[in-house]
Design a protein around this ligand. Structure first.
Ligand SMILES: Cc1ncc(COP(=O)(O)O)c(C=O)c1O
Length: 414
């Protein structure tokens, strides 16, 4: 069997030249200090805001770096990519900038804002495939038939080098950084950031830690690192759809194995809570895949040493999904709870319940009063109240106030 040569990591000079190259289209995104997260974890925490990058994600860097290396003959053939979101927009804008025709395959049912943004950058969008594997297959077949150049989302050394320019900027913008946390899907971003930031810090005579974060519902790197090769897993649904990748890319995997200090995972609740914190405290709109680094800090999955930078890798989120996740995140933070109380069907019971909640300073935002429901006896009604609270302790006080009023509350959701 033919052996594949081991992956050679890009040099610092290669990252630096990619940085100059990528600057033709990508901005140096700002870094924000987070007082809230710094207090929470007892270390200074900064956020690298790639959610504010052009196209709303860092993906543009890798796509542009790869595409700028195409020969004139290759450019004439056009490029093709398969993506449900951020890579699509990155390839589309890079193609526009370089004057290359781009055809992007997206799954049927791709979110409307991402579809429209990709089209607005001038790409032709083809909706094909109910699941991403079918979309990818269609894009590869198109590339083979038309001779167009396929631009991979992560498994390509020029893509990895382009994504690594985020790491160079972090070292410039936060010179005393000791730990960087970054999301992993296929691994292009984490591989690039780890190699670039470590090479640059080493040149300054320093060592830094880089930690990768995956959704626990799509954590392909965990078994892969254990077995020393990319392992395919069956992913579960995750709100962090941007990083739901079933198998690590070969190139990023080899670099991550060598250069990353650790890979941790976060749950759906933790991602939703982090999204709410970043929105509320730092005023940043971030998509679920883009906030997993913050989720790992908040959950305690990582206890970083020294000054820490969490990469907010993308901000492309459908407003309707955002609305749902905010509700979910508030419930996960116990700031929004649905309480069910069974009451005798007599006048005055609703008032009694509302008074008990009000006395404990709970704020009722929704009420459902029904005579028909599971477990209800004749002569009984169920009252379901959605109550806004200030967190765990306050929720307990509201429940206690209901019990003190002689009622039997049950947490129905949240
Ligand atoms: C917002 C966001 N963060 C992180 C990632 C992870 O990227 P990678 O596949 O390079 O690991 C993606 C991938 O598309 C993404 O869209």
């Amino acid at each position: 069997m033919a052996q594949t040569a081991p992956v050679v990591a890009p040099t610092l000079e290669e990252f630096e030249s990619a940085h100059i190259n990528v600057a033709q289209v990508a901005i140096q995104t700002p870094v924000l200090h987070s007082h809230y997260l710094s207090q929470l974890i007892g270390q200074e925490v900064f956020l690298k805001c790639e959610n504010l990058q052009r196209t709303g994600a860092y993906k543009l860097r890798g796509a542009f770096n790869r595409m700028s290396k195409l020969t004139a003959a290759e450019r004439k053939k056009g490029v093709v990519a398969a993506s449900a979101g951020n890579h699509a927009q990155g390839v589309a804008l890079a193609a526009k900038k370089l004057g290359i025709k781009a055809t992007i395959f997206m799954p049927v049912g791709a979110s409307l804002p991402k579809f429209q943004a990709t089209q607005n950058y001038g790409a032709s969008v083809v909706l094909e495939g109910a699941v991403f594997a079918e979309t990818l297959k269609a894009a590869q077949e198109y590339a083979a038939k038309k001779g167009a150049i396929f631009i991979p989302p992560y498994d390509n050394i020029d893509v990895v080098t382009g994504q690594g320019t985020v790491g160079l900027e972090i070292i410039d913008q936060v010179p005393n950084v000791q730990t960087i946390l970054v999301a992993i899907g296929g691994g292009g971003l984490a591989a690039g950031v780890a190699v670039a930031a470590k090479l640059k810090a080493a040149k300054q005579g320093r060592k830094i830690n880089v930690i990768g974060v995956q959704s626990e519902n799509a954590a392909s790197y965990v078994p892969s690192i254990k077995s020393g090769k990319p392992v395919e897993i069956s992913t579960k649904r995750t709100i962090a759809d941007g990083i739901a990748v079933a198998k690590p890319g070969r190139i990023p995997f080899e670099l991550i194995e060598k250069y990353l200090d650790k890979v941790v995972t976060v749950s759906e609740d933790e991602i939703a809570k982090a999204l709410v914190v970043v929105l509320e405290r730092s005023k940043q709109v971030v998509e679920p895949a883009g906030v997993v680094a913050v989720a790992a800090l908040m959950s305690g999955a990582v206890k970083p040493k020294g000054v820490t930078v969490a990469v907010l890798s993308g901000g492309n989120i459908d407003p309707l999904l955002m609305q749902k996740i905010i509700g979910y995140g508030l419930a996960a933070s116990e700031r929004y709870t649905t309480i069910s109380v069974m009451l005798p069907d007599r006048p005055g019971q609703l008032v009694k319940t509302a008074q008990a909640i009000a006395a404990a300073q709970g704020n009722v935002v929704e009420v459902l009063h029904t005579r028909h429901g599971e477990g209800l006896e004749i002569g009984e009604v169920e009252l379901r109240l959605s109550v806004e609270t200030m967190g765990h302790e306050h929720r307990d006080r509201v429940i206690q106030a209901l019990k003190d009023a002689g009622l039997k509350p049950r947490i129905a959701a949240g």
